[in-house]
Ligand binder design. Structure first.
Ligand code: ADP
Ligand code: ADP
Length: 226
């Protein structure tokens, strides 16, 4: 069963205005469990729009989002929010960690929000930090960590509630090439250890080439690339 199925997605911004722009024009994409897929497109092509729709942060004008075989259009707002928190992890170009909290707390908080006990949440956070090689940073605030370390914490936070789907928007875009490479390897190891599906938008063609599959977003459609 597909983790994510996007069918016939359409999205127009500023409808009826002179600035109207049709960003998605029937985009289709299916992700199988365990797949890591690169989404490559020039800036402005609609990558963020596609990721936000796939991650239930935005709704399409037409088309369907299914996560784990469940059609999201049929759910009310409350159940969509629950589905987003439970099923989807996000990573951004900038880490967006809470500055006043430690690495550990940043990974614990979304778990508490999902109803996990503090004890279990802390155990899970320590385990994730260990997996990404920064167990020693648990009690550091983001400002006391390097860019690569901050982004590793952001991965741990995204995976804290064991989502089915990871969506990443230029997750290494803010890092130097060497750090970017190491952090990317950490991310793929984490993902491969869990069997979740990941869609990773990137401009970095070297990184894209190391994923299972590359798709492009062109003229509002998702096209395969070999
Ligand atoms: P990408 O992530 O590939 O750079 P985006 O999805 O951010 O692309 O944007 C695609 C196009 O839609 C761009 O032309 C952008 O200016 C426009 N756009 C994005 N969000 C909005 C919005 N909220 N209102 C109007 N136009 C938008
Ligand atoms: P809400 O409080 O609106 O229900 P959450 O705080 O639970 O949303 O956020 C769920 C996920 O969506 C988090 O990973 C968060 O980083 C991300 N998120 C929330 N709002 C936005 C937004 N406007 N743009 C991008 N990501 C967002």
């Amino acid at each position: 069963e597909a983790v994510l199925r996007l069918s016939g997605l359409e999205k127009v911004y500023n409808k009826g205005l002179q600035s109207e722009v049709a960003v998605l024009k029937g985009a289709e994409l299916t992700l199988a469990p365990g797949e890591i897929v690169a989404l490559v497109a020039p800036s402005g092509a609609g990558k963020s729009t596609l990721l936000h729709i796939a991650g239930l942060l935005d709704t399409p004008d037409a088309g369907e989002v299914e996560i784990g075989g469940v059609a999201m259009a049929g759910l009310g707002d409350r159940r969509r929010t629950i589905a987003r928190r439970r099923d989807v992890g996000f990573v951004y170009q900038f880490h967006h960690l809470l500055p006043e909290f430690t690495a550990l707390e940043n990974i614990v908080l979304p778990q508490l929000a999902a109803g996990t006990s503090r004890r279990d949440a802390e155990a899970r956070a320590h385990e994730l930090l260990d997996q990404v090689g920064i167990a020693a940073r648990a009690d550091h605030r983001p400002s006391a960590m390097s860019g690569g370390e901050q982004q590793r914490v952001a991965f741990c936070r995204a995976l804290a509630n064991a989502p089915r789907l990871l969506l990443a928007d230029e997750p290494t875009g803010n890092l130097d090439p060497e750090t970017s490479d190491q952090v990317f390897r950490t991310l793929t190891d984490l993902v491969r250890g869990t069997g979740l599906a990941a869609l990773i938008a990137t401009h970095n063609l070297d990184l894209a080439a190391r994923m299972d599959r590359i798709v492009r977003l062109e003229a509002g459609l998702v096209t395969a690339s070999t």
